[in-house]
Every structure is written in structure tokens, then in C-alpha cells.
Design a binder for this molecule. Structure first.
Ligand code: CA
Ligand code: CA
Ligand code: CA
Ligand code: CA
Length: 376
């Protein structure tokens, strides 16, 4: 789960032409009906009636090849955007009984790296400036539940193949479960957050340890009361979002000195829009600091969309249904989104979701053109 997509242009002119206040920004993505006669659009997060998404029922246009292992094996995707030719972008994803997979945007498997029991994966583009031996690399990080370590890999932009670049084992003294990356806009430093089923969260700084290998140093720890997993960092705005699976979505400061106090920006509820378990989180980032936070509402197999900025007002929800010969999604764990044009198949970006039931085959990942979901 990540906000690895780095938009190179805003989505459209409608939202940009409106005043930037939170309430009006919320209205810009809500339907007219939802806004009319309602002077307090900021209350929308407490209801499930708001519908600022393009459609509440979408279908995928691409599904990946099934993962190698049976059962609940697929878990989490991360989108790498190829800056040279965005149509050659790739999905890095986990098989939690086998390792990491790389797929192209047509869903074809380009690599299966048997690296361990990889649960969550996240990445940052070379443009973010993480260097090994002075060379900027596409940094890919995944929690390995077999060795209880943080796996570190480099994605070669030319071959779209992963290579292990971990130095001394990065071994948190908690049981590795969820994980995600944060690249500080303030300092340029890169961190990985890792959490355990018992609620502990650790933040580790990643650096070039010399000889082309990545090392880590723990810089912070805090906790939530029950099992978390899904997480995502907002690099530009400095937030760290964490799903406490039966409770809701927490927002913490992402800098190592931000303390241990978070705010619960969305609460899980049987009536929705966020139905436990809260699973994957992803950020659709616009360059101007606006955009959306998307959460897998696993309990009702939907995805809840919130404003990225301000108080994270609830925008709307959608489901991925059967369509075009591709089955819909259910029981989704990890998700990711890239809100940038990726060629003719995904003209405004892509939303990727793990699917719990893949027509009797092993699990896989579904790809939905972003313009079917989010307003342009
Ligand atoms: Ca699952
Ligand atoms: Ca989980
Ligand atoms: Ca399915
Ligand atoms: Ca999961």
C-alpha cells in the first residue's frame, strides 16, 4: 500500500477552479444532490450517503495472473510508475507464502522472487532520491514474516526485475505484520513503518550502509490497542495513516519526533462506510496537496474514499463488480493507487486491489482505471 504514484499533472480543471476551503473542496467531489441544501459538507464522514465517487459500482479491465500459492496468499500490491514510459509501469505484489511478484499493466507476470513470506509491500520511485552508492534507486520494501525481517529490494527500471539489496538484516524486535514506507519532504530521509498483531508500531530509518546495501535504524515506537496492519504515509503532508482493523483509521505525524498521539479519522462501524476489518490504505495524491485516501473496508468488500487534505472528510464508496469477463473483488486485503496517466489503458491512473476469491483459481490482483472511480 503506498502513494507511489507521483502525478505529473492535476486531474482536471473543475476542482482547481474552486476556492480551496475544505468544505468547498469536499463539495467539489460530492454530487450536487449531496451538497444542495446542506451547509455542512464536513459532516459527511459520519454518514454513508455521500457519493463523490464517479461510480459506486465499477469493474476491472485487467487482472493479474494468479499468485503461485493457494489459500489466502495474495495480500498487497504497490504500483511503480515508469517515468520514461508510463505505459511500462509495473505492479509489485506479495504472495505471503512465497515472496514477491512483478506484473506489467496487462497483468502478465514478469518475475516471481521467492524471497520469503512477504506480507505487505511498498515502494518509492528513483526520483525520490534514495541512493545506493550515489545512484538513485527504485526502493521496494516488504515485511518478511518467515524471517521476521524487513526485506529491501531494488526494482531495475529497464528490466522491471527485483534484486535483493538488504544489508545487515533489519530485524524489528516485534512480530512483523504490516509495513509501509515514508519519504520525508522535510528532510529527504526514508523510513519504513512496521507493525505487529499486538499493536506495536516501529519506525526505522533506511540508509545506504555502504557496498550497495541498505541498513536500518529504529527511530521511534508507539502503539495502538488492537491488531493493525494496513498503513500508508503521505510524504508531502507528513502524515502516517494506520488501520486498526476493528477500530478504524488513525492519523499520526510521520516524522520520527511526532510523538505517539494519533487521531481516529474514521471509525469502523457495522453500518459502514468502513466495516471491519480495515485493511489496505492508499493515497491518490495530486501535486497541489489535495487528493484522496482510500481504505479497504473488508467487512463489506467495498472501498471507502476520504479527502486526503483537511479533516479527511468521507467522500464516497465503491465496489469492484463482475464485468468485462473479469470477476469482482471480495475480502480485499491490500490496495494501491497511482494517480497519474499510465498510457491508453489507464489514462488517469490505476487502482489495484487484492481479490480474496478469483473464480476458483489462486488469488490475484484486479486493476481498475482510476477515471472509473475518482472525478477527473
Ligand atoms: Ca485475506
Ligand atoms: Ca489483516
Ligand atoms: Ca473475485
Ligand atoms: Ca492482509
Amino acid at each position: 500500500m503506498s502513494r507511489s504514484g507521483r502525478p505529473d499533472r492535476p486531474w482536471g480543471s473543475i476542482a482547481r477552479s474552486l476556492p480551496a476551503s475544505t468544505a468547498l473542496a469536499a463539495c467539489a467531489v460530492l454530487s450536487l444532490a449531496a451538497c444542495s441544501g446542506d451547509s455542512d459538507a464536513s459532516d459527511k464522514k459520519s454518514t454513508s450517503s455521500a457519493s463523490g465517487v464517479v461510480s459506486e459500482e465499477v469493474s476491472a479491465t485487467v487482472e493479474t495472473e494468479p499468485v503461485p500459492h493457494s489459500g489466502d496468499a495474495a495480500d498487497d500490491p504497490a504500483v511503480w510508475v515508469d517515468p520514461a514510459d508510463p505505459s511500462l509501469s509495473a505492479i509489485v505484489a506479495t504472495d505471503k507464502d512465497g515472496g514477491l511478484l512483478v506484473y506489467d499493466l496487462a497483468g502478465r507476470q514478469l518475475q516471481y522472487l521467492q524471497a520469503g513470506d512477504m506480507n505487505n509491500v511498498d515502494l518509492r520511485p528513483a526520483a525520490d532520491g534514495f541512493t545506493l552508492g550515489g545512484r538513485p534507486v527504485v526502493l521496494v520494501v516488504a515485511g518478511n514474516r518467515k524471517s521476521n525481517t524487513i526485506g529491501v529490494f531494488e526494482l531495475d527500471p529497464a528490466t522491471r526485475q527485483l534484486r535483493d539489496v538488504a544489508g545487515d538484516a533489519i530485524e524489528p524486535d516485534i512480530e512483523v505484520y504490516g509495513s509501509c514506507l515514508y519519504r520525508s519532504a522535510e528532510t529527504g530521509k526514508v523510513y519504513v513503518f512496521v507493525n505487529s498483531k499486538t499493536g506495536e508500531v516501529q519506525q526505522w530509518e533506511l540508509t545506504d550502509g555502504g557496498s550497495g546495501r541498505v541498513v536500518g535504524e529504529q527511530v521511534r515506537s508507539f502503539a495502538v490497542k488492537s491488531q493493525p496492519e494496513g498503513c500508508v504515509a503521505d510524504d508531502e503532508l507528513g502524515h502516517f495513516y494506520l488501520g486498526e482493523e476493528t477500530r478504524g483509521i488513525w492519523k499520526f505525524g510521520a516524522e520520527p519526533d511526532a510523538g505517539d498521539t494519533g487521531s481516529l479519522i474514521a471509525e469502523a462501524s457495522d453500518s459502514g462506510p468502513l466495516v471491519a476489518d480495515v485493511e489496505g490504505l492508499a493515497i491518490a495524491a495530486r501535486p497541489d496537496g489535495t487528493g484522496y485516501l482510500i481504505a479497504s473496508s473488508q467487512g463489506d468488500s467495498s472501498y471507502a474514499v476520504y479527502q486526503r487534505e483537511g479533516e479527511n472528510d468521507y467522500v464516497g464508496s465503491f465496489r469492484i463488480r463482475d464485468g468485462g469477463g473479469i470477476d469482482g473483488t471480495s475480502d480485499t486485503d491490500g490496495i494501491d493507487v497511482a494517480a497519474t496517466p499510465l498510457g491508453s489503458s489507464f489514462p488517469s491512473g490505476v487502482f489495484v486491489a487484492q481479490d480474496g476469491e478469483n473464480d476458483g483459481l489462486t488469488q490475484n490482483y484486479k486493476l481498475v482505471p482510476l477515471d472509473r472511480i475518482l472525478p477527473g
